[in-house]
Design a protein around this ligand. Structure first.
Ligand SMILES: Cc1cc2nc3c(=O)[nH]c(=O)nc-3n(C[C@H](O)[C@H](O)[C@H](O)COP(=O)(O)O)c2cc1C
Length: 240
């Protein structure tokens, strides 16, 4: 399996250790590519919208964002990690995800996303992990990722060595359950929710395109992307 890991912190601390545990449970023989934030994408989205009008190759930060995106596309399994910072993902993780707004299904999603699996690993001292995971999952769902599994753990300690064994064991058990699901899935088909977003966004593309033409403007770039992939005319990205 090709596994791409996006680490939402450069600290080699609890989040890092939890990610290492998950990967070790996944077993040997995988090709793993890891990115650490902010090191590998140390910039905020400027809001220029170049990606929405063309694609991420014209992003002013393409030297960071394109290689990471290509690695995401090449992966069978995506692993996103983030500690909870004030009830949400780290700012550096949010900054990376902002750069891929044009890949949401409301715009120009990648067909290959619809057969991928993802795992989100979050933690916190006590509270906010759910929202942290949600910050990442929103992007994964709207990119079209077929299956996303969430592993969260409240630690109640700042250092992994001080974390109670019952919490370490609970985390390990969750990792084992998720790794077992990921490994047995041969051909990943999207969840109902992902298909539902796809059909809704297809309708949105048609409506926006129609109103643009009515106003005397060109087809939208996103409509042409959907049309070019055959999705407007009935093709499904998860069946190609
Ligand atoms: C800026 C900052 C904000 C934090 N906000 C929260 C929070 O909202 N809720 C919480 O339970 N822990 C919070 N924490 C604690 C971390 O989530 C926790 O210590 C986590 O395990 C750190 O991950 P790391 O060891 O990989 O750096 C925060 C820590 C930092 C540095």
């Amino acid at each position: 399996m090709n596994i791409t890991v996006i680490n939402g912190t450069e600290q080699k601390s609890c989040t890092y250790t939890m990610k290492e545990i998950f990967l070790s449970i996944m077993g040997a023989g995988h090709r793993i590519t890891e990115y650490y934030l902010p090191r590998d994408c140390p910039v905020f989205c400027t809001g220029c919208k170049a990606c929405f009008f063309k694609d991420i190759s014209v992003c002013p930060h393409s030297q960071y964002t394109v290689p990471i995106w290509e690695s995401i596309i090449a992966a069978d399994l995506l692993v996103f990690t983030s500690p909870t910072y004030v009830f949400h993902v780290t700012a550096q993780m949010k900054a990376l995800l902002d750069h891929y707004g044009s890949k949401w299904m409301a715009h120009s999603p990648e067909g290959l996303m619809f057969n991928k699996q993802a795992v989100i690993i979050t933690n916190a001292i006590g509270q906010g992990m759910g929202k942290t995971a949600r910050d990442i999952k929103d992007s994964l769902d709207y990119w079209g990722v077929a299956r996303t599994y969430i592993i969260t753990q409240a630690l109640f300690q700042a250092k992994w060595d001080d974390v109670a064994n019952k919490r370490k064991n609970a985390f390990q058990a969750r990792c084992e359950r998720v790794a077992a699901k990921v490994k047995v899935t041969k051909r990943v088909k999207p969840r109902i929710k992902i298909k539902w977003i796809f059909y809704l966004m297809k309708l949105v593309q048609k409506i926006i395109n129609k109103s643009e033409l009515k106003a005397g403007r060109e087809h939208t770039k996103d409509y042409l992307h959907w049309k070019g992939n055959g999705w407007i005319d009935g093709k499904k990205p998860w069946r190609d």
